[in-house]
Structures are given as C-alpha cells and as structure tokens.
Write a protein that binds this ligand. Structure first.
Ligand code: CA
Length: 530
C-alpha cells in the first residue's frame, strides 16, 4: 500500500494517539475518540495549543503563511496565514491547490512488482448462459419509463406474496424503477448513458439473463430501443433458438382495468420464475467475482483504515483473477498522475484522461468544479477539501496495475482492475457499477450510511471502531481496529476477502440484506430533460 507503508502510529489508544501517513507529512490526524484537549503532550513532546477533534489534523511543525500542508506526502493545501506547531489545521486555514492539468502526465511509468497469483479460492455461484456468474438469484423486472413504476410495484408485491413461495430457489423479485424514459431529450449527446445503463443493469449476472420489460406504450424509450434484438443472451442453448423480448405493455388493448395489467405482469413473471428456480449454485473460481468498490460519508480515517484495507483486498482479488472496479471521478481526479502512471498501456492512460476531461467539462458546464464534492459531514470528519479526500479515496484501488477503463453505463468485459468512470454520488455510482456487471459491492464509510442495494449484496466497512460499535447491526467489517492498533491493514484486508467469498456464496448475508435496506437506482443523465 503506497500511501500507508510509512504510516507512523504513536502509542496505543488511551494515551494521545496521532497518525501520520507519509514521512514527508507535516500534519498528523488525531486518533483518540473524542479528540485531544489543549495542553495534551504528544509522545514527540509537542504540546497541543488548542483542542483537536478526532480525525482532524494537528500541525507537527510551524507552518508559515504560504507553506504547503502535506498529507499522504503531497500538498493538500497552503497555509493562508502562519500556523504554529500544535495547532488544529482545519479547512478554513487552507487554500486548496489547483487541479492538476491533464497534459504532460506520467503515462504507464510505474511497473508495480508482479504479485504471485492466488490460486484455489472459490465461491458458490450461479453460472449464466453468457458465462457470467451471479451471487444471487433474482427476478428483475425492467421498466422503460417511470410511468409504469406504480403498477409494477403493485405487481411485485403480489408476486412476492403469492408466487415467490412456490419458487424457493429464487431469492427475490426486484422492480428496476427509475426516473427516465419520457420527457427527456432522448437523442441529445449524453442520453446514451442512462439508456445503456438501464439496458446493462437488466443483464446483470444476478438476474440470470431472464429479462422481462414493463412498458407503458407511448413513451420515448420504446422497448426495442432499450433492448435491441440480439442484446439478451440466449438462455437456452438449442441451435437456432432465439430469445424474443418479453414485454408487458400497459396500453395494450387487451388490458381492461388495473387488475388485468397486474395479471399480465404476474403471468409473465411466473415464466421467468420457473426458469430461475432451476438455477443451482456451483463451485466457481474467485476470478468470477466482479467487485465494485466505493466510499460514502467519508472521514479522515477513510484513507487510513477502511480504504487501505479495501485496497489490500483489491490486490488479493486481482491476484485471484477477479474483476475489480473503482470509480467516483471527482474523488480520484486529484490523483490523476498516480492513476495514469499505473496504467498498463498508454491506451489505458489515454482513456482515463479522456474520461476525466469529459467530467471536467461536465462540471464546468454547471459552473462548478471538483471542490463541489465535499460535504459538511466530510469536513466535520476532518477532511479539509477534495484533495485530501481524493488521496484517501484512491487507495481503494490498491497497488496493482490499472488495465481497463469503462465509460459510464458500459458493461465490463475484462478481468483485473478497471477504472469505471462514475460520479461519486453513492446511488449513481452503485447504479453504474451494477450496469457494468457488479456481483458484489464493497462500501466504506466513516460518518456512517445505511446504504444498500436490492440487486446485489453490499458489504459495508466502517473506518472507526466507534461507528462499528454504535452501528453494530449495519456495519459488516470494522476497519477501525487498524487505527486502534489491534489489527493490521493486511489482516482486515484478508478478513474482507474471506467475507466476500462467504457473502458471494450465499453462506452469509450482509446487514443491508438482513434488514432489506434498498436504495433506489439513480441514473446518470447528463442530457437535457424536456
Ligand atoms: Ca460515493
């Protein structure tokens, strides 16, 4: 882990405890629950001039006005006025550095040591006709337009009550509701993003290739445009078999009254339930995992505990031949030089630069920049600005080479580590990673969020022991033990890796699954609405 190999941790938890991420750093963050009082003497002999909250930075040396404040070994800001050693260094004392330009970047310069392959790890998954593997067995009902959401939702309630008990091998029935489909400029530049996102989500490996669509009839996004012929893999392997798109159209003349619509949806759902019920788990290599990593509600510990542990696990997964996606463009933008230098080829680096440039232009069009990302909670948690947040976010990508790049809503076709370009918004990132084919989601949080998805298991990792203790039935892994000094990054990374195999196999449920915590799909639509 490049960002943490020089991490220097002072003395265990009850005594004053600060964490420095890099030997060049001139600030450290306070580890103690509740922070440290003015007058506290650190083991280095430095006395705190004022109270410093947990997760916030303390100046280790005098920082004259204009001096670079270094964390993770890089400038996260410049002192607006003199800051004395022992002071609390918060966002109001710093000017943020400008974003790194997208020219003259180091391209594929880092050749990380080739890590030995990890052999022999398996999980129990559902093998699909197209070769992909599901971790859950779910009937998903695709919708062309928001207009049909109420009817579909009503039908799904009845399917769950009346049909699902007869198909015990099927885990769930999920309506893929969304806000798109009509009232939109469907041919505008950017409109292809929400459309291909919906298409590719319908093909997520957890749904077994059983695509059924509920359409209104008059909407802009017609079923044939959403799922053109040839999109759906042929579930039955007989030569010449063709899979016709299964569409229930509510405006069809055959429908007389609400109940006839519900009956149509239920009748078609049963056809798919029968086929899904015949799916059985089989032992597959860990290389069939398609893992999306992201963070939300981050704090200054995200980049110290949970994200480095996820990064270690990313390396394990790639060594096992699996696919890992990291995303959240505004939260990695400030580390673009780290990313392009880790690209396996100049083409991969160029594709990353192209996605970042597209996003820069998108933000400029809205008269903002990457600094619009940080939240009040981030700042309360000790993150001064997006530069500091990005340095902590990027470590989720581990140290392995970056071998692929996906544009928003595209479907992943390669193994290894892929930069999947998405906004950092938790729901939009999760939605786009589902479209890419994610079958397992890892989510780190410091402030705490009960985030979950109906379509795919979400493993949540807490950055602090205090959060893991209070949210004991919402957090699946406590990476706060790393800051406490009771576990190493490697230990938590391995714990996560083994938990992922158990969750993927259905042997364990995540807390979000236990409580059925399901956030809405939220499409990324950069195009105009009408
Ligand atoms: Ca996020």
């Amino acid at each position: 882990m490049p960002a943490t190999e020089t991490a220097a941790t002072e003395t265990p938890k009850s005594s004053p405890h600060t964490i420095r991420m890099h030997e060049r750093d001139n600030v450290a963050i306070v580890g103690n629950d509740g922070g440290l009082a003015a007058g506290t003497v650190l083991s280095s002999g430095l006395t705190l001039r004022e109270r410093v909250p947990q997760g916030h930075k303390v100046a280790l040396v005098d920082l004259p006005a204009g001096a670079a404040v270094l964390r993770y070994g890089i400038p996260i800001g410049y002192a607006i006025s003199d800051i004395k050693a022992g002071s609390w260094v918060h966002e109001r004392l710093l000017n943020m550095p400008d974003a790194r330009g997208l020219t003259d970047l180091p391209i594929a310069t880092v050749k990380p040591p080739v890590l030995p392959a990890l052999e022999g790890y398996t999980f129990e998954g559902y093998r699909n006709a197209d070769g992909s593997v599901g971790t859950r067995n779910i009937l998903a009902i695709t919708q062309t337009v928001q207009c049909v959401a109420g009817v579909t939702d009503s039908a799904v309630r009845r399917i769950k009550e009346e049909l699902l008990p007869r198909y015990p091998n099927v885990d769930d029935v999920v309506a893929l509701a969304h806000g798109y489909g009509c009232g939109v400029a469907i041919d505008a530049p950017g409109a292809e993003i929400p459309i291909r996102t919906l298409r590719n989500i319908s093909l997520n490996p957890n749904f077994g290739g059983e695509v059924m669509v509920v359409s209104l009839g008059c909407e802009k996004l017609q079923p044939e445009r959403l799922m053109p012929p040839g999109t759906i893999p042929i579930a039955d392997q007989r030569a010449g078999a063709e899979q016709k798109l299964d569409v229930v159209c509510l405006q069809d003349d055959a429908h007389v009254g609400f109940m006839s619509m519900i009956e149509s949806v239920m009748r078609q759902a049963e056809v798919h339930l029968q086929r899904l019920n015949a799916r059985v788990r089989e032992t597959v290599p860990a290389s069939e995992l398609v893992v999306g990593v992201q963070c939300g509600g981050s704090d200054a510990f995200s980049g110290v505990t949970a994200n480095p542990a996820v990064g270690f696990c990313t390396d394990l997964l790639v060594r096992a031949g699996a696919s890992v996606m990291f995303s959240e463009t505004t939260e990695v933008r400030d580390g673009i030089d780290q990313l392009t230098s880790r690209a396996t080829t100049p083409e991969v680096a160029d594709a990353m630069i192209r996605e970042m440039a597209w996003y820069d232009a998108y933000l400029t069009r809205g008269a903002v920049d990457r600094s619009a990302n940080t939240t009040p909670g981030n700042k309360k948690g000790g993150l001064s600005n997006i530069v500091e947040k990005a340095m902590g976010s990027i470590v989720k990508s581990g140290s392995v080479p970056i071998s692929g790049v996906l544009a928003p809503g595209e479907k992943l076709k390669t193994k290894g580590l892929t930069y999947t370009a998405t906004p950092a918004s938790d729901f939009i990132c999760g939605t786009l990673q589902l479209a890419a084919g994610m079958n397992l989601h890892v989510f780190t949080t410091g402030r705490g969020t009960p985030y979950g998805l109906a379509e795919c298991p979400v493993i949540k990792v807490a950055t602090r022991t205090d959060l893991a203790r209070r949210w004991h039935d919402l957090m699946d892994v406590n990476a706060g033990t790393i800051a406490d000094g009771t576990a190493t990054i490697e230990q938590v990374g391995w714990e996560l890796f083994h938990l992922m195999l158990d969750v993927a196999s259905g042997r364990k449920k995540t807390w979000a699954e236990q409580w059925k915590l399901h956030n809405s799909l939220v499409l990324f639509n950069p195009a105009p609405v009408t």
